[in-house]
Write a protein that binds this ligand. Sequence first.
Ligand SMILES: NC(=O)c1ccc[n+]([C@@H]2O[C@H](COP(=O)([O-])OP(=O)(O)OC[C@H]3O[C@@H](n4cnc5c(N)ncnc54)[C@H](OP(=O)(O)O)[C@@H]3O)[C@@H](O)[C@H]2O)c1
Length: 290
Amino acid sequence: MVGRSEGFLLEPLWEAAAEPGPSRRGGRLPDALAARFAGELAFELRADRPMVVANFVSSIDGVVALGPDEKSTGGGEISGFSEADRFMMALLRCLADVVIVGAGTVRVGRNHEWTARNLRPDLAPVFAEWRRELGLAPQPTTVVVTASGDVDLRHGGLSAPDVPVFVVTTHAGARRLNSVKLPANLEVVVNSNGDDVKPGELLDAVGMNTRARVALCEGGPHLLGALMGARLVDELFLTVAPQVVGRPDGAGRLGLVEGSNLIAAGGSWARLAAIRRAGDDLFLRYRFGE
Ligand SMILES: NC(=O)c1ccc[n+]([C@@H]2O[C@H](COP(=O)([O-])OP(=O)(O)OC[C@H]3O[C@@H](n4cnc5c(N)ncnc54)[C@H](OP(=O)(O)O)[C@@H]3O)[C@@H](O)[C@H]2O)c1
């Protein structure tokens, strides 16, 4: 399928001045990628835990996903299958040790594999070489979070032998998952004493099991909301797709929450770090906690 913004440059419009810290991942991109994305893409690593980078696409009116009963739902529908957005996602996956998704996102993406090569198979050798130069594993580990354990272990995106998968879950979830034979590339990790996995427990499990320094969260809204609420997101890459979904009931709109107590508690303010555009798509980079 030819997506919107096919082949467009991710043109840099503005970037905040930043002093490179002592421990950094990334930098200037390999030539084959720099032709689309000029300048640097780098993360300042943390000593205390994996840094968490989130990537999300929203319509202009704040819709990030359609309802579970829709025939087809997800970031693709929101971005209009923007090829430039897929390219940006691939770059972020290149720099990540792990890609974290909630089980809800896995349940709608029947064959999606959370690797850069899945988004741009033609660039797979370039991605592989860049990861090798950066000293990273050939593919990022996929981390799936589930309380219920209701994850189809035959899912096409969880079954590539060269992509390790950790399913982080509760005791009840593990009982369900362990009731069938696990694929060789997949491990079930319990790090919860309750009905869900607290965001801190999730990051502890990721850190202990993968030694990740960069964890890329690809949502969906429940998981991202939990990590944001716990103030564990360090950076957000937000694509604004030039679409108004305009659902009259307001369902699914980002920010439509009973939130006055959250705002009274200080909300979670970010600093704008960079702006790029590809045609009518806007790529915003935010930093939290500075
Ligand atoms: N616009 C975008 O950029 C974007 C990005 C990602 C996804 N999406 C879309 O978002 C939709 C799915 O939304 P969603 O909010 O349901 O996705 P989600 O957050 O990926 O999945 C929610 C599920 O993940 C598990 N989960 C999340 N947080 C958990 C925690 N703290 N502890 C234990 N389990 C946890 C639970 O699974 P169990 O029910 O198994 O317990 C929960 O039902 C899909 O349509 C997807 O395509 C959009």
